[in-house]
Design a binder for this molecule. Structure first.
Ligand code: SAM
Length: 205
């Protein structure tokens, strides 16, 4: 997976590659998909949601440029796979999931794997986690119509946000760095994520 799907497609951050080699992706799948865990695709996570494709997890993580001591907010815990990759690379990870069943399953997995630097919340992550802000990194794992303003407020000066932005059926990955209170935006690869719900997400999902 690391050689063929990540390095060959241009992922160069050694810390990201090492983390992706360490996290046992098959443990984040429902049993019927465990055998396909290292294939080059997003897979069903239950509740009509997906475990993101390894390459997308790597790209989104790489654009954050984590060095090891950051406090990171993740919106959309899903299976917890991306959460584990972030927890390998940052100081603390705050993760929010909208769907209680997915949130509970992810917490159980990540606790069993021994991650001690993750805090969990069930609810609307488009509002962020104001009590834990500011965050040096914010990663949104669902497609948003626009950047939710609370996430901009909660991003630290110099911090970076990775978020898929665009219509419901196709987005582009936005890397946004906060400088003097404003976002400096850079668009990356096209992608297709499930919709971000909640106050600053899609309302008809
Ligand atoms: N990265 C995850 C993984 O590898 O398993 C995949 C996340 S999945 C593509 C997107 C997740 O975002 C879903 O679990 C969905 O329930 C969640 N979600 C959607 N809107 C949300 C919101 N407003 N707050 C928190 N989670 C949300």
């Amino acid at each position: 997976m690391v050689d063929i799907q990540l390095i060959a497609r241009g992922i160069t951050d050694e810390r990201v590659l090492d983390a992706m080699a360490r996290v046992p992706r098959h443990l984040f799948m429902t049993p019927e998909y465990a055998g396909m865990a290292y294939s080059d695709m997003a897979l069903p996570a239950g509740e009509e949601q997906t475990v993101s494709q390894p390459y997308m997890v790597a790209v989104m993580t790489e654009v954050l440029g984590l060095k090891g001591d950051e406090r990171v907010l993740e919106v959309g815990t899903g299976s917890g796979y991306q959460t584990a990759v972030l927890a390998e690379l940052a100081g603390e990870v705050y993760t929010i999931e909208y769907r209680p069943k997915l949130a509970a399953a992810a917490k159980r997995r990540l606790d069993e794997l021994g991650y001690a630097n993750i805090r969990f919340m069930t609810g609307d992550g488009s509002l962020g986690w104001p009590e834990a802000a500011p965050f040096q990194g914010i990663l949104v794992t669902a497609g948003a119509p626009a950047v939710p303003p609370p996430l901009v407020e909660q991003l630290d000066e110099g911090g970076i946000m990775a978020i898929p932005i665009g219509p419901r059926d196709s987005q582009r990955l936005l890397r946004a760095k906060k400088q003097r209170g404003r976002l400096i935006e850079e668009y990356h690869t096209f992608c297709v994520f499930v919709p971000l719900l909640g106050e600053y997400g899609w309302h008809d999902a």
